[in-house]
Design a protein around this ligand. Structure first.
Ligand SMILES: [Mn+2]
Length: 194
């Protein structure tokens, strides 16, 4: 696993992102996306997964948050794929079911290069503050597809939209933490390659 420094500039967004899956190369998480709620989710994702993440984004937030959220998901996914290098010696699979008070969500990942995204999360409210909850699906899809891994995300139940979102991102964090954990086996596949 290596430290990755990525830049992505389009007419809609300008993103700088550093990803350290070892959690040892970068000192701290610094997240400034211009979107408070996304900062909150990325901060707790980084904290609970044990990685280090730095994101600086300037997007056309006056249009809406869609471009910025999706482009950060794409950039994070590309950085994740690069950081995993040949994907040797990783645990590959990870699963976590995490509560946030009354809400319970599950994330399951397979870090073999099989980009796939399953999502079954319904939010009682369309917005958390000024953040459209439908963007969470866009973000996670962009992360999984560009990160070239399989991600399944489900919410079992919950009443508070903020709690549901937080349980989703924490479940993702712990699933990723398990899947990137180094193991002794060369490659965890009977094919000999991921
Ligand atoms: Mn919170």
């Amino acid at each position: 696993m290596k430290l990755v420094d990525k830049k992505r500039t389009t007419l809609e967004t300008k993103i700088g992102l550093k990803l350290d899956l070892s959690g040892k190369d970068l000192k701290e998480n610094i997240i400034n996306t211009g979107i408070g709620f996304l900062d909150h989710m990325l901060e707790l994702f980084a904290y609970h997964s044990g990685i280090k993440l730095q994101v600086e984004a300037k997007g056309d937030l006056e249009v809406d948050f869609h471009h910025t959220v999706e482009d950060i998901g794409i950039t994070l996914g590309e950085a994740f794929d690069e950081a995993l290098e040949d994907r040797k010696k990783i645990s590959r699979y990870g699963e976590a079911t995490i509560p946030m008070e009354e809400a319970l969500s599950q994330a399951v990942v397979d870090l073999a290069k099989r980009p796939y995204f399953f999502y079954d999360v319904k939010f009682p409210a369309e917005k958390i503050g000024n953040f459209d909850t439908e963007l969470i699906e866009e973000f996670l899809r962009a992360f999984a597809i560009n990160g070239k891994f399989t991600l399944h995300v489900r919410n079992f139940y919950g009443k508070n939209t903020h709690h549901i979102a937080e349980s989703v991102f924490k479940a993702l964090a712990y699933a990723i933490k398990k899947a990137i954990k180094l193991v002794d086996n060369e490659v965890l596949s009977t094919k000999g390659t991921l």
